[in-house]
Design a protein around this ligand. Sequence first.
Ligand SMILES: CC(C)(COP(=O)(O)OP(=O)(O)OC[C@H]1O[C@@H](n2cnc3c(N)ncnc32)[C@H](O)[C@@H]1OP(=O)(O)O)[C@@H](O)C(=O)NCCC(=O)NCCS
Length: 414
Amino acid sequence: MGSTTRDDIYILPEATAASLILTHPTEDEKRRTWTLNHKEWGGALTLQEYLKREPYLTTVPLSRDGGMTHWILTDSSWTVENGGDRPVLASCESISKRVLVASPNDTTVREGIGHGVGSVFTYPEFRGYRYAGRMLNELGPALRKWRTEIHNGQDAICSALWSDIGKAYYAKKGWAPFPSLHAEFSVPNNQTPDNDEQTNGKGNVAPVTYDNLESLCAQDEQLLREKILRSAKETGRTSVAFAPDHDTLRWHLFREDFIAAILFKSTPQQADVMTCIKGALAGSEGRRVWALWSRNYYGGKGSPADNVAKNTLYILRLVIEPEEKEEKEGEPSEDILTAFTAVMQTALREAKTWHLGKVDLWNPTPVVKRLIERSGLQHGWVDRDEESIPSMMWYGDEDVREIEWVVNEKYCWC
Ligand SMILES: CC(C)(COP(=O)(O)OP(=O)(O)OC[C@H]1O[C@@H](n2cnc3c(N)ncnc32)[C@H](O)[C@@H]1OP(=O)(O)O)[C@@H](O)C(=O)NCCC(=O)NCCS
């Protein structure tokens, strides 16, 4: 390529060069990368705040104890001992997650490892030289064998990423795009915590907090295991889901608590940031509906209250306890509709309280679509074709296009 950098010490190799390696960054290299990609992923945080959040995210459930891995593409001839300023040609992260899978003839669900990939990044001065492409070409097979010691030496089942650059780029590298539809509920301007009976706790709605989260996750996983087996049988396809387990949900919640604690510092809501509800639950035992959610604040000048239109409450996971029964009957029962509507109204009220202008629910099932239509809640449908496109690389024998990704909801994202 002939171009040089760092006082002509480093000559940039071709992206096809045999000397390029996928490896792990030093602490200095991580910091250099975060400093550069703050513009992409810092959201509402300043650079200094972002430089605290990224290391913090290696200490929370799911990503701590080696659950998260930082990757870089660099040249094997460049040593870190030489002042430690070797060029980082491309970078990304992965987080290992539990994955549940069943094939059409299975009677029990198998468990394995899946890796979520995030923050794919090329330093601005190195863009267009195919370095990200080379890194991804190395990463796909590397993840198949990564951290297999935590699961009896078995290969990973899949890896997934959420593309912000459309459907084509990652598909060419082997991560196939999956459905990216969401329902978007706008938060009514006139809704206040006091003018809506159901959202006021009078509609049999209970809060989800850190206290009951673990048991709800366990119950969800049990229901999901049955759903995966059903899906495999009914579709005749291998069906897979990321486990919506306690660690996975807490990863999202700890992340959002960290951000909210900064954004609401010195405001009247400061005291409520950590104790605010993480979801809502309605209905009677065995016929419950619950949602878990997180607050997301986008960049821009000013406080959260100045960016309401862009700020979003994401439903991480929506559970209909008797979903099989509702699926069979084709039309959701009245008690489930009432519970669903009460849960979503609570989400809308929370969104209003926390300066979030909309509530997004990813890839609702046919039952949930029907509930949305019948709930009377104001909503629209968004079929994303650029941002957060769920994309999967499959490590089994099947063609990835033949895989059913069950509950492809926001909790899977990283
Ligand atoms: C996207 C990014 C990682 C690509 O890095 P790179 O090293 O220049 O990528 P490569 O040279 O391997 O590939 C270039 C390809 O990426 C495509 N690309 C780059 N940015 C793109 C974008 N915003 N939207 C769609 N395609 C994009 C180019 O069009 C080109 O496509 P081609 O292969 O069909 O020619 C880099 O531009 C970057 O860091 N962007 C900012 C962060 C980001 O958006 N990351 C992706 C998050 S999912």
